[in-house]
Design a protein around this ligand. Structure first.
Ligand code: GLN
Length: 384
């Protein structure tokens, strides 16, 4: 392949086209195109199950330099539907590298495109909003342009999509508590990242990771010290079953913590609705205000939906779970970034305190979770 001949094209649903070169597997792929602004951490982004169904475009211009390794996998595979980069590194240069990124993309059948002016596409998405897109590489790049556009237009929309079953574990498993065991946490795997499970185990909990198909009765029968809802792909408004499960468990007084998709589902369980953001927040330098302390946290984020609730004052849960407040919000656009229940042991954040990758400003939330669970066990006499 010549480095100058275009043999791949990125087509957006509004008809815009960007020519480039094949990257990873050759073929065709479709998904919602979103941009991620992290300057580092492409491996963690690629293996975060929250990106299932999305074509991810990296604004960092040079991708692949540090290769891939087993230690930085956030799940068992790469989940993005497609990958768009400007300058794919032709050389892997890092002492931790075990493989190259382009080989992993090819091996996992991920169709990508390189040589794209990612700044131009980002500006376009930022003004027009996230939309469906397709990558056509190799022979597919030669297809009639109108036909390519029609294929993009017949792809699924992200709004209304439930993807939990695609990414969740089939079988439950336990990551044992590190150090002295203080309890066990039932983790609903809606697309959980490895680092999150590790952080929970490191707080002294047996991390009991459960398939998304589990019922509230089965969870209650385990008598966990707490329930945790993970991050995950898809539209939270299409997850009624998990909202009902959460309501049933909250009613039993089990403490709860949720991250990202888990925050959206807590919002829904409390009776708020969720909505789609124009182009979402994806990056590792997103400023968030913790209202309780007045501190600003620089956070790792990856979300395209958000909870619809006023950021000021004490709110009443429309679903009858007592008083709630927005605990954190985005300093870029005032989007809700955290919820705290005042009459229940439950809270959640829209961003990623496990980072992976990103700054560790928000790691304290795992300590806050541990403290909440231990304090509630003292008052209710619960064990396990
Ligand atoms: N990282 C996540 O959990 C993402 C949640 C949801 N799929 C969103 O895009 O908003």
């Amino acid at each position: 392949m010549s480095l100058t001949t275009p043999n791949a094209v990125l087509v957006l649903e509004d008809g815009s086209r960007y020519e480039g070169r094949a990257y990873g597997a050759e073929g065709t792929t479709f998904g919602e195109i979103v941009f991620a602004t992290g300057m580092s951490g492409y491996q963690e982004t690629l293996t975060d199950p929250s990106y299932a169904g999305q074509i991810v475009l990296m604004t960092a211009p040079h991708i692949g330099n540090t290769g891939m390794n087993d230690a930085d996998m956030e799940s068992r595979r790469i989940w993005v539907a497609g990958y768009v980069v400007r300058d794919a590194s032709r050389v892997v240069s890092n002492f931790r590298a075990e493989r190259s990124l382009d080989n992993d993309l090819e091996h996992e059948g991920i169709v990508g495109i390189q040589g794209i002016d990612t700044r131009a596409v980002t500006r376009h998405i930022r003004s027009k909003g996230a939309m469906r897109a397709g990558i056509f590489s190799g022979a597919a790049a030669e297809r009639d342009t109108q036909q390519q556009l029609e294929e993009v237009l017949s792809a699924d929309q992200m709004a209304g999509k439930n993807l939990s079953a695609q990414v969740s574990t089939d079988k439950e498993y336990i990551v044992p508590a590190v150090g002295e065991k203080v309890g066990s946490v039932a983790i609903l795997d809606l697309g959980v990242k490895t680092s999150t499970v590790t952080y929970i185990a490191e707080r002294g909990f047996d991390a009991h990771v459960l398939p998304q198909s589990i019922t509230a009765e089965e969870i209650l029968a385990m008598k966990p010290s707490a329930l945790f809802f993970s991050n995950g792909p898809g539209d939270p408004s299409a997850s009624d079953k998990h909202v009902e499960l959460l309501r049933a468990v909250l009613k039993e007084g089990i403490p709860f913590f949720g991250i990202c998709f888990g925050n959206q589902l807590l919002g829904r369980a409390l009776g708020f609705s969720t909505y789609k953001l124009p182009f979402g927040h994806r990056g590792i330098n997103q400023p968030v205000l913790d209202k309780a302390t007045g501190r600003v946290e620089i956070t790792s984020q990856n979300h395209g939906f958000a909870v619809d609730a006023p950021i000021d004052g004490v709110l009443e849960s429309p679903a009858g779970f007592g008083r709630v407040e927005v605990s954190h919000y985005s300093l870029n656009d005032q989007v809700v970034e955290g919820l705290r229940c005042l009459d229940l042991n439950a809270f959640s954040v829209q961003y990623h305190p496990e980072a992976a990758s990103g700054p560790h400003d928000s790691n304290y939330l795992f300590d806050r979770f541990r403290d909440m669970v231990l304090a509630s066990a003292t008052t209710t006499g619960a064990s396990n």
